[in-house]
Design a protein around this ligand. Structure first.
Ligand code: NDP
Length: 298
């Protein structure tokens, strides 16, 4: 079994930065990733705000840190993590390429977009239902589209999607957005974007050609069908914690509960980035949190 001082699970932005800082501290570090580096940040063409001194493009930011980590000799383990348990040098991380052990493990496995869970959403995914405006936007040229949600993701993606689509309607179940004021301003200034409050999407409608519309329920009890060719769902994030043992505390949103430095209740087990409850959500928050966490390692 390969032994390290620190194993970082996840090569999203937070995990990459933590691995970099741990290696700079002289700790023998492994950086584990099941799919490809970057996580959700890879799909964002305009990072706002971006970390200082880098191009504000998700893929650029990720490749810069990932390449530097490889050059620094950080062990790259490209295999999914199936389990984490106590043992060996402190913790054993089971991966598709065999077990690894370290006294400290930093869980930076990130989050995935939450689903609405309504009929049609899963069936039409990839045929009009999407979760990436920058990647899929060009396919919606000349179409009416909807975005579900009212947070930073919904507002940021609406602005990205409006570069391609004829119209973007943001659908919110509440009576106002939770997005940052500057993102709200950008949406208000874009005459291709309309915002509707007090509406729930109860079904994604479609046929052999893909999405044809959404069924809505209004707070006044009425229902309607809104024709559209694209449905983008941004209703929050679901932390990726499937491989974690039951004794690791999770909060109400499913995120790992930590103290301000990222320590979980388990000795030597840390959490960082979107997998952690209460994460601030920006790359600059990941930078600050990673620095605090790595400086707290023994
Ligand atoms: P949030 O949890 O911040 O917002 C989710 C939104 O979806 C809320 O408006 C919520 O509305 C709505 N919602 C939740 N559940 C449902 C549902 N079942 N049906 C309809 N609407 C629903 O998620 P985001 O993905 O927007 O952001 C996640 C994190 O990432 C945040 O920390 C954010 O700041 C960060 N982020 C930062 C960016 C940046 O810095 N540029 C860009 C994007 C994200 P309601 O009020 O009704 O609950």
């Amino acid at each position: 079994m390969q032994e390290f001082d620190v194993i970082v699970i996840g090569q999203g932005y937070a995990g990459l930065v933590a691995a970099k800082l741990a290696s700079e501290r002289g700790l023998k570090t492994a950086s584990v990733e099941g799919m490809y580096a970057g996580g959700l940040v890879m799909n964002i063409n305009h990072l706002d705000p971006a970390p200082e001194g880098v191009e504000p493009v998700g893929a650029e930011v990720i490749s810069t840190v990932a390449m530097a980590n490889m050059d620094a000799g950080i062990a790259q383990v490209m295999a999914p993590v199936s389990a984490l348990r106590q043992g060996g040098a402190g913790w054993i991380v089971e991966t598709g390429e065999g077990p690894l052990t370290a006294s400290d493990v930093i869980v930076a496995s990130g989050a995935r977009y939450r689903k609405l869970g309504v009929p049609g959403e899963a069936e039409l995914f990839g045929r009009g239902v999407s979760e990436c405006a920058d990647c899929d936007g060009p396919m919606f040229g000349g179409m009416d589209t909807v975005i579900v949600g009212g947070g930073d993701s919904a507002y940021q993606e609406a602005v990205a999607l409006a570069q391609f689509a004829d119209k973007v309607t943001i659908l919110m179940r509440g009576d106002g957005p939770r997005a940052r004021p500057d993102l709200v301003e950008q949406v208000e200034a874009d005459n291709k974007i309309e915002v509707r409050t007090g509406v729930r999407v109860t079904e994604v409608l479609g046929d052999d050609t893909g999405v044809t519309g959404v069924r809505l329920e209004r707070t006044d009890g009425g229902t309607e069908e809104l024709p559209c060719g694209g449905v983008f769902v941004f209703i929050g994030l679901e932390p990726v914690t499937d491989f974690l043992p039951g004794e690791v505390d999770r909060g109400g949103d499913g995120g790992v509960v930590t103290d301000a430095k990222g320590a979980t209740g388990q000795p030597g087990l840390w959490a960082l980035g979107a997998v952690r409850e209460g994460f601030g959500g920006r790359l600059t928050d990941a930078d600050t949190d990673a620095a605090l966490l790595v400086s707290a390692l023994a």
